[in-house]
Design a protein around this ligand. Structure first.
Ligand SMILES: [Zn+2]
Length: 251
């Protein structure tokens, strides 16, 4: 029996073929990510996220819209990722994917200016995001919703992670307080939303802060902090790079 030969399809259009030949050897502009900070534990049927590099047109859309559209990060990710609904994304994964899309689009070096907090010198810095920033994945036994112990009331509450589509509820500390009830699944096994709202209003600040910390779980995901040493005055400080659309306005 003769083996079937694989035929590299030509389109029949010499111009198309020439274009395809031109890009055949170019660096890959997509990749699959399986090592999300959340490990994909909280997405149904998670099987990795495919990310694509931004096109020049995507970048222009972002740069022109970034001042007047808070949802631009979500829009950007919708263009560049596949395999998980952007509205479902936990913010730790969102930032991580944003960082990966940036690397894929502009390369690994991230350059930025930093003002030394000691001598005010304007220092041009650069780092390799995925090497110089730490990423803390959630532990394997992390659940959503999960339990937190309220130190004042001495009862157990259950909280859940905010999803991408719920980010506007957390845009300021005022909004966080106003919308905290949405992310508290139960208090002392009572899951009645009216009960939860009323309980939150009477709660001691220490219990409220425990709930907020439990909802956010900010210790997981990409840590934007890095150690800065000023070449002018030798001052060292822990600084953080902005993990937002600002990522894409510098190149
Ligand atoms: Zn300095």
């Amino acid at each position: 029996m003769s083996e079937n030969k694989q035929i590299v399809g030509g389109s029949g259009d010499p111009r198309e073929d020439a274009i395809n030949a031109l890009f055949a050897g170019s660096v890959e502009d997509s990749m699959t990510i399986t090592d999300l900070p959340s490990k994909g534990k909280f997405y149904d049927g998670f099987n990795g996220v495919e990310i694509k590099a931004l096109t020049f047109l995507d970048e222009q859309t972002i740069l022109t819209a970034k001042d007047n559209n808070k949802d631009i990060v979500a829009k950007l990710l919708e263009k560049c990722i596949e395999g998980v609904d952007v509205g479902d994304l936990l913010s730790m994964d969102k930032l991580y994917l944003l960082m990966k899309v940036r690397e894929l689009s502009y390369g690994k070096d991230y350059s930025f200016n930093i003002i030394c907090p000691n001598c005010n010198a304007d220092i041009k810095s650069s780092l390799v995001l995925s090497e110089h920033l730490n990423m803390n994945p959630v532990p394997d036994d992390m659940e959503d919703p999960r339990e937190v112990q309220l130190p004042r009331l001495k009862v157990t509450a259950k909280v859940r992670f905010p999803r991408g589509r719920e980010e506007s509820f957390l845009s300021s500390s005022e909004e966080v307080y106003k919308n905290l009830y949405r992310f508290v699944v139960s208090i002392n096994d009572n899951s009645d939303p009216v009960f939860i709202s009323k309980a939150l209003k009477r709660m001691h600040i220490q219990d409220i802060k425990t709930l907020i910390a439990g909802v956010n779980e900010t210790e997981y995901g990409v840590d934007p902090k890095f150690l800065f040493e000023c070449p002018e005055c030798r001052h060292t400080d822990t600084m953080a790079i902005p993990m937002d659309v600002g990522f894409f306005s510098v190149s």
